[in-house]
Design a protein around this ligand. Sequence first.
Ligand code: 2AM
Length: 176
Amino acid sequence: MSSSRRLFFALPLPDALQQQVIRWRADAFTPEAGRPVAAANLHLTLAFLGDVTPQKALALTRLAGRIVQPGFSLRLDDLGHWPRPGVVWLGTRRAPRGLLQLAELLRSQAARSGCYQSPMPFHPHITLLRAATQPVAIPPATPGWTFSVEAFSLYQSVFENGRTRYHPLEQWPLAQ
Ligand code: 2AM
């Protein structure tokens, strides 16, 4: 019998942007600030599903495949620190409507399928550092990267050899 997998829907970051972000991060934060997330793991979560059975995963991927939404442009111009989960994040000061609609749809489909959804409002962010539980000096600004979001993905979170990796399982285009 196949077992549950830890899954989430997210926006991937283009490879070139991943590299720009990690180069900037190396200068922007001291090593004591927190544990850097690997470049390949940088993503913006749309809906966290938790541990999902194969049947539920299939139902949710079918629903995801029926989503028809236009792409949008995302500007990464916000930074913050959440000391309790120990996360330093990169975000956006003005979340585009397309991003909020896509997250809302995926989150409500997940909730209807029985995946617990946090009652906290959706705060789109890309986790840059983890284990950042001490005060962190947050730079006043980011370079203000902007990128065009043309697809969203389903990821599996896998913990192996002491590391968490996010494997993209499937991707769906947003309409042009
Ligand atoms: P984080 O980066 O703020 O920790 C894979 O774990 C992704 O799902 C991460 O982006 C993580 O957010 C998010 N995530 C993990 N647990 C979650 C939860 N209980 N509710 C919402 N998002 C969660």
